[in-house]
Design a protein around this ligand. Sequence first.
Ligand code: PRP
Ligand code: MN
Ligand code: MG
Length: 183
Amino acid sequence: NTVFADDIEEIIISEEKLKTRIRELGEEITAAYNEDDDIVMLCILRGAVLFMADLAREIDLPVVFDFMDVSSYGASTESSGVVRIIKDMEENIEDRHLLIVEDIIDTGRTLKHVVDMLHTRSPKSIKIVTLLDKPERRVQKELEADFNGFEIPDKFVVGYGLDFAEKYRNLSFIGVLKEKMYS
Ligand code: PRP
Ligand code: MN
Ligand code: MG
């Protein structure tokens, strides 16, 4: 899609590269579990929705889908630090393997909040897969993904699920947003 072409400074991860890396992540995840494990894949809405859909098809294990809507940014490029649970997950995760699927770990505040909360529900394990990681920005230093697609520099990126003020999620690549779009 080209409708947003004028708003994008640079494509940092092409559609092709996403596809290749997501296939590898699927293989890594498949190898990390047993076939008879009871796995709940939890998509953190809304950013992780495209990644969840593509990643799930590269995982060669039976998985259950669930969704949680969490928001920390609103219409800003900075994480507010206030994490709101808008919609909780539906599955009971007690004694089951939980695989949390995120599009990006930036400050780590969103996931820290989610992981701390879900720990209290006694899952058998919690693993995190993130498509993108911005380690330079981390506030929650101890927060690391178990599976990580790409480490990226501290630039505001959109596309493939990631938005700015709810726009650009349907780009098929990850791009850097032109500064004039948000300043
Ligand atoms: C974005 C992104 C991650 C989170 C990362 O979500 O999708 O969930 O922020 O930031 P953090 O590591 O600094 O917490 P957002 O709150 O914008 O909601 P969205 O997924 O609906 O866009
Ligand atoms: Mn999100
Ligand atoms: Mg957002």
